[in-house]
Design a protein. Structure first.
Ligand code: NPW
Ligand code: K
Length: 245
């Protein structure tokens, strides 16, 4: 049997449903915690603080959280980045009331004194190349369907203007990309780092390997489950939550 290296948006949603279904019984909270934790680990790997000056260490990591679960991954990631010694700031313009859980994630950020900006705040003030280490793009993941609606369209247009000067770390899918077809509509970001969760989506075959470092993270499935969906598990080392592909 040939093994797939990527899974479609449809299959990714099916995998998610089965993981959180009655037979397996993961909760969304559990998977999101591991997903966000792995993205924070990828940021550490890519932008290590060790040996950096105090000025460098004080730079912001600007996390933009969208309205769905990709945004939730961003909220979790920001908390872990703070624990790891970084200086995250979260921009959360459209807050989900889908579940109480998103509010709890915001309370946890308040607990760790991570600023969480609302839509009406001047978020661009935090995005200065000399003051910002990177941007974590947790706007849209595998449920995004173009064309992009406001306020995200305007936000992503601003990110596109900045991305040559501030590196973008995209969570699961670069925002604006069609999950299966890649960057076929605008606006869409061109990330310096992509962290695919569970297994890469087809759009990841469109990244320019010279520009984008690709990690896989979200280490939560056994081999027989992966094989059932036509792919292999990844060779994570030791306790690592990410693997550079
Ligand atoms: N097993 C795993 O790997 C795990 C994966 N996880 C993560 O979940 C992610 C998938 O999350 P998801 O299904 O909630 O969808 P996501 O992509 O966040 O977007 C949905 C939101 O976007 C909106 N929206 C859509 N199109 C739009 C448009 N054109 N313009 C504007 N808005 C638009 C849409 O709005 P609606 O259409 O409903 O009005 C809805 O609010 C996945 O990529 C991974 O990061 C982990 O957390 C757990 C384990
Ligand atoms: K994203």
């Amino acid at each position: 049997m040939s093994t797939l290296k990527v899974v479609s948006s449809k299959l990714a949603a099916e995998i998610d449903k089965e993981l959180m279904g009655p037979q397996i019984g993961f909760t969304l909270q559990q998977l999101m915690e591991l997903a966000g934790f792995s993205v924070a680990q990828a940021v550490c790997r890519q932008f290590p603080l060790k040996g950096k000056t105090e000025t460098e260490k004080g730079k912001h990591i600007f996390v933009i959280a969208g309205p769905g679960n990709n945004g939730g991954d961003g909220l979790v990631c920001a908390r872990h980045l703070k624990i790891f010694g970084y200086n995250p700031v979260v921009y959360y313009p459209k807050r989900s009331d889908r579940t109480e859980f998103y509010k709890q994630l915001v309370h946890q950020l308040n607990f760790f004194k991570v600023p969480v900006l609302s839509q009406d705040e001047n978020w661009l003030d935090y995005l200065k190349p000399e003051k910002t280490l990177c941007i974590v793009d947790a706007i849209f993941g595998f449920s995004f369907k173009p064309p992009m609606r406001e306020p995200f369209k305007g936000i992503v247009e601003e990110l596109c203007k900045l991305q040559d000067r501030i590196p973008i770390v995209s969570v699961d899918v670069p925002t604006g990309w069609d999950v299966d077809e890649g960057p076929i509509s605008q606006p869409s970001v061109n990330p310096a780092v992509l962290v695919s969760l569970t297994v890469p989506k087809p759009c990841s075959t469109h990244i320019d390997e010279k520009h984008t470092t690709h990690y896989v993270g979200g280490r939560f499935i056994p081999r027989d489950f992966a094989n059932k969906y036509g792919f292999e598990t990844f060779g994570y080392e030791s306790t690592d939550q990410i693997l550079k592909l």
